[in-house]
Design a protein around this ligand. Structure first.
Ligand code: F6R
Length: 259
């Protein structure tokens, strides 16, 4: 079962997630981080940036990238990561990869395999940061994605495109229709998963992921198959969790050595 930490605010949650990253990087300066984009990881990046750590040896692998945006588009995940993670945290941009990077057209046919090869050559992901979509997606693995899926091109769900229209001036027609995303099987190979969820909008998907049946219809339910998962959610996102009282007690009474 995932460890579920229910916090009073995204800021508190971001600080707890930053503790996990800090602990990892102190023992492994060249750790491999799996990077989610979007709003959910922002409190983590803010907390980490304030700690004055040397993260210049860290290697980063993005979860996903839109397809069809012109190079350098400010909402491409390469650009978002540059702006929200690489610069504020002092990462080396050369050590950060995005799937499909530098490839287009027919070149994208081999992009999934290429990315998997790079992940493997880096020794795999030590800690994967995740958000969850209202569709129940992880990365851009929309409902129906196999738990065995690998990095590949996918069609975005209509709801995801509507949710992400806020990054494209509110115009859903400007949100790309396709993306390249790590698969659920790829994500499950990370040594640790840290899933962040804030706000009422995420409550239903989070409850289905953490406590619902394992099903490709809720791709995020695959986290139940992983032995090292920390879910950090604020009260609103945690509001549909049936076992919330147990999670709170378990966190409050965690042994000293686990603090
Ligand atoms: C982003 C990603 C997505 C988001 C999810 C939640 O790289 O893979 O799974 O994490 O759509 O998005 P936000 O955090 O913007 O609510």
């Amino acid at each position: 079962m995932a460890e579920v930490v229910i916090v009073d605010s995204p800021e508190t949650g971001g600080a707890i997630a930053a503790d996990l990253v800090e602990r990892l990087v102190r023992v492994r300066p060249g750790a491999v981080l799996g990077l989610a984009t979007g709003s959910s990881p922002l409190p983590l990046w803010r907390a980490l940036a304030g700690r004055g750590l040397d993260l210049s040896w860290v290697r980063g692998f993005a979860l996903d990238e839109y397809l069809g945006l012109p190079p350098g588009h400010p909402e491409s995940y390469r650009a978002v990561l540059e702006r929200e993670v690489v610069v504020p945290l002092g990462l080396d941009p050369e050590r950060v990869r995005v799937p499909g990077q530098g490839l287009e057209g027919a070149g994208l046919a081999g992009a999934g395999e290429d990315y998997e090869g790079r992940l493997a050559a880096a020794g795999g992901v030590d800690l994967q940061v995740l958000g969850i979509g209202r569709t129940g997606h992880l990365g851009f693995n929309e409902p129906g994605s196999s738990f065995a899926s690998r990095t590949r091109v996918k069609l975005l769900a209509e709801l995801t495109r509507r949710d992400n229209a806020r990054f494209f001036g509110g115009d859903v027609d400007r949100v790309p229709t396709h993306c390249i995303t790590q698969g659920i099987g790829t994500i499950l190979e990370a040594r640790r998963l840290v899933l962040l969820a804030w706000g009422e909008d995420k409550a239903e998907a989070l409850a289905a992921a953490v406590e619902g049946p394992l099903t490709a219809s809720v791709p995020a339910s695959a986290i139940q198959l992983h032995p090292e998962v920390t879910v950090i959610a604020d009260e609103a996102a945690a509001s549909r969790l049936a076992n919330a009282a147990y999670y709170r007690e378990s966190w409050a009474r965690r042994p000293d050595w686990a603090r």
